[in-house]
Design a protein around this ligand. Sequence first.
Ligand SMILES: CC(C)(COP(=O)(O)OP(=O)(O)OC[C@H]1O[C@@H](n2cnc3c(N)ncnc32)[C@H](O)[C@@H]1OP(=O)(O)O)[C@@H](O)C(=O)NCCC(=O)NCCS
Length: 201
Amino acid sequence: MNRLVIIGTGGHGRVIADLAVKNGYTNICFIDDYATGACLGFPIIGTCDHIEDENDGETDFIIGIGNNSTRKEISEKHKVNWATIIHPSAQIAVGVSIGKGTAIMACAVVNACASVGNHCIINTGAVVEHDNIIDDYVHISPKAVLGGTVHIGKCTHIGIGATVSNNIDICSDCTVGAGALVVKNIAEKGIYVGLPVRKMR
Ligand SMILES: CC(C)(COP(=O)(O)OP(=O)(O)OC[C@H]1O[C@@H](n2cnc3c(N)ncnc32)[C@H](O)[C@@H]1OP(=O)(O)O)[C@@H](O)C(=O)NCCC(=O)NCCS
């Protein structure tokens, strides 16, 4: 577990690089369709077309791209060893399961018996309370708080600082806006904002 290829040199990819260093990866490089040269001193070795070329069976890969659909698309295309990366300051409780390709950022809390799917982002300082079920490709933004026994469907984005009350079910392909408050189930995909949330479109 020494070599890590990070796909994407944007903001999220660069935060992943910091996690990689803190997780003991010593051979870190980037793949990016739009950038060349180096990023944070780590080489950019090619575009997404070259992912398979780097797959020697020993290298780990992670998608450092914040857009949920893009992570889904890339991960479905390539069969490689997707790494799960957790910042050392994150609090992961007993009975938690975390899928492959998922990143848990600094000071996030994932409490007892929660399950986090594949290629998710639990961002800086987010709280995922006990018994949550977070499906694949979900992004829980910085400082968002999910009460106990919440279910978040595939590809849904919970915005920065949003709050979801306990026992709430939010379906796939939703965006819950920054600072929003969810107190009832959301069963229809769309963008929801406000306190409590209303569908925006
Ligand atoms: C909800 C969201 C997706 C809407 O984006 P958008 O479609 O580009 O919307 P706009 O910025 O054009 O705003 C449209 C209207 O909605 C309002 N609005 C936008 N986001 C809002 C929010 N989170 N809460 C309340 N109102 C909001 C705007 O003030 C604007 O109102 P107006 O028409 O009266 O001026 C976006 O604002 C948001 O909250 N994204 C989450 C960002 C985030 O968490 N990032 C984390 C990255 S780590």
